[in-house]
Write a protein that binds this ligand. Sequence first.
Ligand code: MOS
Length: 693
Amino acid sequence: MTTTRAATATGTGPRRADGPRKAAGTAPYAYEYPVADLAYIAPVQATVARGRVLEVDASDAEAVEGVLTVLWHANAPRLEPDPDLSGLQRAAELAVLQSGEVAYRGQVVAAVVAETFEAAHQAAAQVTVRYEQFPHDVDLSDQRSDAVAPEEDHRQGDTAGAEPADVVVEHTYTTAMQHNNPMEPHSTVAHFDGAALTLYESTQGVHEVRRTVAAIAGLDPRSVHVIAPYVGGGFGSKGPLHAPTALATLAAMALPGRSVKLALTRRQMFALVGYRSPTLQRVRLTADAQGRLSGIDVVATVQSSALADFVEQAALPSKSMYAAPNRRMGHRAVHLDAPVPTWMRAPGECPGMFGPEVAMDELAWSCGLDPIELRLRNEPDRDPHTHKPFSSRNLAACLHEGARRFGWDGRAPVSAARTENGWRVGLGVAASTYPVVPPPSGSRARIRYEGEGVYVVSLGAADIGTGAWTALTQVAADALGAPLERVRVRLGDTTLPEASLAGGSTGLASWGSTVHAAAEAFRARHGQAPEPGAEAEADLPDNPDGDDFAMFAYGAQFAEVRVHEATGEVRVPRLLGVFAAGRIVNSRTARSQFLGGMTMGLSMALHEESVVDGRFGHVVNADFAEYHIAANADVEDIQAHWIDEEDPHVNPLGAKGIGEIGIVGTAAAVANAAYHATGVRVRSLPVRLDDFV
Ligand code: MOS
């Protein structure tokens, strides 16, 4: 690579700093660290959906050669009963083997630790658990008297039917239950020496793990060392901790001096690390004949868990999306005998933009308007929710640019108008948004000059495959005025300065701003010709504009859909997204983030659906043979573009965050294109061939 001066480092697309290590196999994931005195953990999962463990007979399991211990609630080490956890953690989910209560099918009720993987799994199959079984309830349906509103509805004006309307669109839209399935399943290697705990953990934030594990294990956080420089994806489920991390911690404490390993099987991923709740979205839009909205009413019913609360914020994005004098947005949660839901890429916005963006398409057809024109007519001049000005809002520019690139002008103004070789062809559009979220906690970065022009930048951030290694190198090089090759970044270890977790698309904005501040502090203290060993640290600076503006990224998603006349088979030969997400620091890794999000949105549109068997309470399609995920062959031409957007208010970098917005709106664009192709309106995801034949 040629030397790239700092002034040009951001905004270009240097190759991934961690790429050669990934390609050479020298970038280990948690499970791959060579540690001594290894033992393997095999969980035993509940076979009832609600009940109580009466007895665990481990005699057969203990007779298996190599078994070290069988843990269950009567003999497992105690965890702190009232852990001091941050708001995103669910204490009850982490209280593994602390009682005999079974809250969902698949919950950990025992675990075998053995000298080999094979012995652990063979013995786990021989553990006999006797239960007292209670009736269970795992079905989410629209009409439930036990659905609770977790907070007051957001209300403005009147949405009780008195708002003026020439046109009314009112339907229920549904999205499916989905499970986070990063390439690297959740895994932990834990070692406890009697005083200090070391965890190699697949996580979106090492410091969050340290804080939480220390709290539940009753340890001083300074005695907990968490290591995760390389992570094979998370999509949100590696933000909060889940039962497997607590189980590995327990097993390590039960066997001091041993290193214990737990990597979830793909099947276990469908029970133990959370999921995206299905949603039922009651959407009512009212408008005049020119398509100007008079009312927006969105009430989302979602599932939570009887074990601990997590409410998917599906009505949230509608609060700030379009202008209308009469508005209501609210949530209803049904507490089921099911695992606790969790973050999954763009929690809230991703499912929550499906119903409203399909409803907007329906409204456009009802008004005889182009769906782009309809959205332009309802652009708010300030945030309808907070009434603050937008720091920047370029949805209109995204729609225009996308229309130009996609060839929207040639689109037939009627549905079911075009057929090619037995395929009905249609084009659809939907809007996309994601907020500029305040980082979940502070961050701190250190910069040290090593001599010979080399700088080392340290912070405990996690690169979950997003490109943080690369982009932070660029930001530091820029701010230090140093060539890229002379900047070494250190990430993913609690011995480094504390960094916020990789969530809410905040990574680059928060860590980058922190690195930027540290570089400025370094130059202020040491000048342009530092001595070797010179150091400076800085914290994430406060944003002086943070309270004055509503801050969101926007996008426009376009899809071409083909539906086969005879079979109903659905194909998406073209997807095109245009985004306005502030400054793009690395065009190469940014494009990858957008395309990844859009592909996951396509996957949501056509494939992903976890199917629960109500009789037993578990997900039956818990593997990649039956839980389908979009692959390369599912999309022929997928493009991500962005507009140059300068936003001086969001943070010193002007970057809004791009990890999640790519998935938002994609599924609505696909459903809207399917309508244009066929005249059949699909309001329930995934879109399937039986919707059309
Ligand atoms: Mo992301 S789903 O906020 O980790």
